[in-house]
Design a protein around this ligand. Sequence first.
Ligand code: TMP
Length: 209
Amino acid sequence: MSGKLIVFEGVEGCGKTSQMQLCCEWLESLGISVVVTREPGGTELGLHLRRLLLEKAEPVAQVTELLLYAADRAQHVEQELKPQLQAGKYILCDRYTDSTIAYQGYGRGLNMSLINQLNHIATGGLESDLTIWLDVDVEVGLARKRGDGIGLDRIEQETIAFHRRVQQGYAELAASYPSRIVRVDGSLSKEAVQQVIQEILRVHLKGLL
Ligand code: TMP
């Protein structure tokens, strides 16, 4: 596959969405064709799953939650990621397999080998070329979310302890996969974070940018 899969990860309110947008504008200004997508919800089917997963309406069993994220990912990989990579596109993807490890693995405490198996089934082994982990303090991130006036979704409403375990998950993932996952200090200004991300992309995509 000739494109690149660049994933943005982090706890709630870490700033992924605005950084991805800035990154997209920057890459396009360099004449690169970019696709911006997300999990859950990067396909028609995925949008339905996203609603089921994040609305507060009814309780969702932990294994059900895990399977729904896996189903969203399987559809996304087949319908969107693989074809776009084959077409040579740069994909900026808001969350991917590490979210499941951090949230369902570290956050919920579900069996890690089951999660790894499901991630493998859903992706067919497709890994990110680079994952940017935007590291912000959990409480700072949640305060940003509360401040945007939209209201917290089912997962954002989890306990602080849950979100701290998710954060710990990202820290351990970044330590385990230093060449794939790069930590960025998300507490800096929006402009400073974007600067750092662009430098990382220049290094990782050497010769392409
Ligand atoms: P976001 O796209 O607005 O960040 O919201 C997605 C939510 O879904 C967020 O709370 C993280 C959660 N999530 C999981 O728990 N597991 C996953 O595998 C993915 C992709 C997201």
